[in-house]
Design a binder for this molecule. Structure first.
Ligand code: PLP
Ligand code: COI
Length: 362
């Protein structure tokens, strides 16, 4: 059984030239450029997790019958490493990502990965790619741990062989900069149904969200919003973010974790920060009709999306096939900005870490 201490380190024969790297780091965008290294760990029934390697990033060989290619047995995580003001590196709540990864693994009938191996793999990668932190404001090194079923077998049952990998991508803003707030498209499609995989971070959920996402883009919006599967009435979440609502009486509401929503780590952190601010926080259902009515009456003053990639992003406009409404002034609201600033300051080591959320990597 592999442990975090036993990584084989393969040297990179031709790392990216410094000038090319600098050009990437000055304008990284999101998810379009990658660092030089990756981690790979294998799993088999007889050996468990074995052969942990950190080496040059590159294509992986898969048998064309590998289960992941046919039945989508795949899960992933997303977390960021931050360059702190004192020149160190920090991770935000990596234990929470490790725990959610294992919850996803259980739902997808995949082997769990010990937390020390999950975090150890991330440590190895960040150490190898420590010169890949963006130089832009708000930049970070986005880490993408994932697991795929590699067994060559076409029968439908959980695979008996897997690979865990971690890649890294220098990241700036998830959304194209310029707009003060994002615009949301309400989809007729369903993302997740009770008893399904909505609470797991599996690629299949995102595959199902691509047609509605393309529809959102085609209609001029930035993200898709999904309603519940049964009544098509209750707000669930966006394609890749959780949602919060702020009311004129100072209360904050976010949909409850009913099993069809991804339990966001940003969501959980903001709930804790808001409660500490003395705000009344409700984890409860909220209907689209009520949202529209509250926005019109002025009872609803702000809405924001949150997630690792999106951080905290104000929602300005909401539309479906027949109607459109604006949230507040259509720009960033006060509480949205305040919560974002508090969260970011903790993540970047600029505010005291009173929750034990920050792991320093040296
Ligand atoms: N909901 C979905 C569907 C997501 O993909 C994400 C992003 O990971 C989130 C919510 C927010 O989760 P987190 O805050 O853990 O990044
Ligand atoms: C993240 O925020 O890490 C996510 O995974 C969302 C991404 C799919 C946009």
């Amino acid at each position: 059984m592999a442990t975090a201490a036993q990584f084989t380190r393969l040297p990179h024969p031709a790392p990216t030239a410094a000038a090319d790297r600098a050009a990437v780091l000055a304008d990284p965008g999101f998810g379009k450029c990658f660092s030089d290294h990756m981690v790979c760990i294998d799993w088999s029934e007889d050996k468990g997790w074995h052969n942990p390697v950190i080496g040059p990033r590159g294509p992986i060989a898969l048998d064309p019958a590998a289960s992941v290619l046919h039945y989508a047995q795949e899960i992933f995580e997303g977390l960021k490493a931050y360059r702190t003001a004192d020149g160190g590196i920090a991770l935000f709540r990596p234990e929470a990502n490790a725990a959610r990864f294992n919850a996803s693994a259980r739902r997808l009938a995949m082997p769990e990965l010990p937390e020390d191996l999950f975090i150890g793999a991330i440590r190895e990668l960040v150490a190898a790619d420590s010169d890949w932190f963006p130089t832009v404001e708000g930049g970070s090194l986005y880490l993408r741990p994932f697991m795929i079923a590699t067994e060559a077998f076409l029968g439908v049952r959980p695979a008996k062989e897997y690979k865990f990998l971690v890649i890294a991508s220098p990241a700036g803003n998830y959304f194209k900069s310029g707009a003060p707030a994002v615009s949301i498209w309400i989809s007729d499609y369903t993302r997740a149904a009770p008893g399904g995989t909505g609470a797991a971070k599996c690629g299949g959920n995102y595959a199902a969200s691509l047609v509605p996402t393309a529809e959102a883009f085609a209609n001029g919006h930035d993200q898709v919003l999904f309603l519940d599967a049964a009544e098509h009435k209750w707000i669930e979440e966006l394609g890749g973010m959780n949602l919060f609502f702020v009311f004129s009486d100072g209360t904050l509401r976010t949909p409850a974790l009913t099993g069809t929503i991804l339990p966001g780590i940003t969501r959980d952190s903001l709930l804790q920060l808001a409660r500490e601010e003395g705000l009344t926080v409700q984890e409860d259902r909220y209907s689209l009709d009520q949202w529209r009515a509250d926005a019109a009456s002025g009872h609803l003053v702000e809405t924001f999306a949150c997630g690792t990639a999106a951080v905290v992003t104000p929602v300005g406009k909401v539309a479906d096939r027949t109607s459109e409404f604006t949230i507040g002034s259509g720009g960033p609201g006060q509480l949205t900005q305040k919560l974002r600033a508090r969260l970011v300051a903790i993540q970047r080591g600029e505010a005291p870490d009173t929750h034990g959320w920050v792991t320093r990597l040296g």
